[in-house]
Design a protein around this ligand. Sequence first.
Ligand code: COA
Length: 420
Amino acid sequence: MSSKLARGVALVGAGMSKFGAFKGKSSRDLFVEAFVEMLESVDKGIDPKEINALYVGNYSSDLFEGQGHIAPIMASWTGLSPLPAVRVEDACASAGVAVREGILAVASGMYDVVVVGGVEKMTDLPIEKVTDTLATAADVQYEIPAGFTFPGFYAAMATSYMAAYGATPETFMKVGIKNHNNGAMNEKAQFGAKISTLMEARRQSAIKKGLPVPEWDSEMDFMHDDRANPIVAWPMRLYDCSPVSDGAAVVLLVSEDLAKKYTDHPIYVAGMGQASDGALHDRPVLNSIPSAKLAGEQAYRMAGITPQDIDFAEVHDCFTVAEVIASEDLGFFERGKGWIAAEEGVTSREGAKPINLSGGLKSKGHPVGASGVGQVVEVFKQLRGQAGPRQKPGQLRFGLTHNVGGTGQTCVVHIFERRD
Ligand code: COA
């Protein structure tokens, strides 16, 4: 197997809907919103007639909306019919894998211009049904009958991580605070507020209602309050969990030789990797995700770089513990040291290895089948200096995305590069 693309591929456009809970909107409305923003982001413009194919990441429109066969619907609603339209499903990694399939299609020479999107509309169902739907991404023969839910899986991973390396629930709370700080600068975020802002809002609401006013003396105090931040599955509390979300994201991929036709500042695909694994119950350890490690190694090898070269990363923080584990699986920190880096602020905006400048899944939202493309949208913007108030200052060259399906049955990693 060659670890190189047969020809280079570049990103030349990116857009996303706001992530959140949108009563009156369906997945097709959200997808069109993201598609239109993507078209508008192409510096030199694009005629949709130049597009050759559409790839759509989507986990389960079947169960969330009662609508299967979603790719041709998205093609039709974006005016792309009768182009080939392909749905890609790999649980929460659906969109990341769709990006990979789009890259491979362009690299093969079959297509020159490909649209890759991801979409999910989760909030039409009550939370119990959402939890059941998400559970189908686990092993329904061995794990779900034993009582596991997704917060439960990641809680088990967190307890294993804490026992092995000495992290505490406070470590994860700090990751949540950091990601809410970042998300507060993201106008597309579902929970785009700092924890300190949420605290103050709670206080004001209590005053308005004439209720006893909570006396939190710090964000960590608030995070420890079982009423403000209830335990979902110990040690994962509400502000450790990504939310239930609606949203869509779309990017435009072209062959490298065509990139300058669309923009003077393309972002190039430098490396990518993907691996799979059995379900969590079948693994020797719970506190790392082997598929992530393998996918990362493949991506670094293809890019010819090391983890030290990555300027920033968007990682799959479906639960705060997942971000810490990812920071080790991707080689940013030694095994067992990721939690120390998180506590010391190394992964904050100002730190040496910023993680989830967008707010991550935690704050930005996690419409599961869209999240992987949402990560690529952020990397595209950051590398081009277009991330607005949350722009990481300085020269950024390499940005990485890490998108996990289930508890790591799938992981896909991409490395993007700015070359100008
Ligand atoms: N982060 C921050 N705030 C959240 C939140 C989250 N993840 N989820 C809900 N909220 C807020 C709501 O806005 C609401 O605030 P309000 O009282 O000020 O209006 C409050 O918390 C309660 O919301 P509610 O919708 O009743 O929460 P819920 O109990 O139905 O759901 C979780 C909370 C954590 C169970 C749900 O978000 C969840 O299941 N998350 C994980 C999703 C998941 O597993 N994804 C796949 C990962 S692999």
